[in-house]
Design a protein around this ligand. Sequence first.
Ligand SMILES: Nc1ncnc2c1ncn2[C@@H]1O[C@H](COP(=O)(O)OP(=O)(O)OP(=O)(O)O)[C@@H](O)[C@H]1O
Length: 245
Amino acid sequence: MSIQVADVSFTYGAHRALEQVSFTLRTGCLNALLGPNGAGKSTLVALLSRLYRLQQGDILLDGQSIRRHPRHALRQLGVVFQQSTLDLDLTVRQNLAYHAALHGLSRRAAAPRIEAELARQHLLERQHEKVRQLNGGHRRRVEIARALLHQPRILLLDEASVGLDTASRAALNQHVRALCAEQQLTVIWTTHLLDEIHDTDPVVMLSRGRLVASGEAAELVRQQQAADLTQAFARLSANALEATA
Ligand SMILES: Nc1ncnc2c1ncn2[C@@H]1O[C@H](COP(=O)(O)OP(=O)(O)OP(=O)(O)O)[C@@H](O)[C@H]1O
């Protein structure tokens, strides 16, 4: 599914969080949305997921405006927010069943989907444990299973690896990449941790609400004649700051 962000601006009162941001994402792979704290990543995720209403500009899914087709847009999206919203005192399965009911799925329709997602996330043997008993990496997998229950074609993950140890971060990142490959899922992975990005990943970089670059990670490094993505990002951000000073 193609995703196009077209000239999107957003303000919180007088504070401008996004300024005429435009880019297109690549279908069926992990698209990295990068930026330091306050860059506007979460605001963009909130607009994509319809948590916030668009003020200026538009977002097109397969060419259809999410303004004009909000229901269609929501059906295509699974979202894992930065702050976990699992009920720690319910079991893994109960959390999924509750979410399925919220989506209007009958028990009979929900059961096979829950089984399938639990299997895909390697969580079947943990399904009757309370979420409180799981580590951070497994909790994230429960959230991903929940986000995929209604079979969306786009998965938005907002800083999903924050708070995880290095091994769990790497495992989660690998896991999400496998989901892209298996299901042709288009993933939007927001992070400020550049080591999670591979050379061939399409990258969108924001800084202070502005788009500073978009393209394949290795290409951005080459263009900036940088040693790595961290250096490329530092140069691009500095150039953006100079341009707006
Ligand atoms: N509810 C809000 N009210 C006012 N300003 C806000 C609000 N939410 C975010 N902002 C501001 O908007 C800008 C963009 O914030 P946003 O959270 O989208 O950035 P981010 O890239 O996700 O940062 P982080 O990595 O810290 O989550 C920041 O300057 C932030 O202070």
